[in-house]
Design a protein around this ligand. Sequence first.
Ligand code: GTP
Ligand code: MG
Length: 240
Amino acid sequence: MTAPRDIVVVVPTYNEKENIRLLAEGILSHPGFRLLIVDDGSPDGTGAVAEELARKHPGRIEVMHRTGARGLGLSYIDGLRRALESGADLIFQMDADLSHNPEHLPAMAEAAADYDVVIGSRYLTGVSVVNWPLHRIFLSAFANRYVRAVTRISVTDCTSGFRCWRREALSRLPLDSMVSNGYAFIVEMLFEASRRGCRIGEVPIIFIERRQGQSKVSGRVLAESLIVPWRLLFRGRARS
Ligand SMILES: Nc1nc2c(ncn2[C@@H]2O[C@H](COP(=O)(O)OP(=O)(O)OP(=O)(O)O)[C@@H](O)[C@H]2O)c(=O)[nH]1
Ligand SMILES: [Mg+2]
């Protein structure tokens, strides 16, 4: 590696107070990494825990407290914009529930020397997920096939929320006009990156199912995931 880089990890949180301390510790154990927590007014007090962590690590942890409409996509838009404004060279996105192990961060940052966006992939070397019931594996495998078939994105894990962006690539995405707000937002970002000719790389990760707190996957969010790839495709055609 040449010049030291400023790296920020954007983590959206909703009711993650049991997980956020351990996650912060793992991220900050890597020199040069900062953490931006985007909390959506979590009723369990995640925001207060995040503030306490920020006081303990001035300059390395920042907290955004969102008000108004809640959502993963809206939180990512706010957080990614803030990360770009802060001047970071590399911008990560990852979940707070310890499913994404901070140990994978350096390898992904290294890979960003050759790619515009690097995906922490569960499917690059078989299926690397721990503690997932069979129906989750099938659902995820189906979602990936579905997205690949509709959008023609050719990566093994297009629904992974563990990613590292070079700032030039991220700043080219149309964050102002994204159509999705749930998990489909993750797919939409990749689709827009792919349309813009970004080089997409993958690094294998081991994904561990959350042990603390609750999943926020709902029927509505899953329905959005089925529709969004088609909306993206037609929007892409209309624009090109
Ligand atoms: N700010 C914000 N964060 C959210 C929202 N919904 C989910 N998150 C966060 O997004 C990340 C992923 O959410 P999860 O509930 O773990 O979703 P998932 O990983 O697809 O589902 P599981 O596999 O069941 O864990 C976690 O860090 C959540 O706290 C939201 O509305 N706002
Ligand atoms: Mg999760």
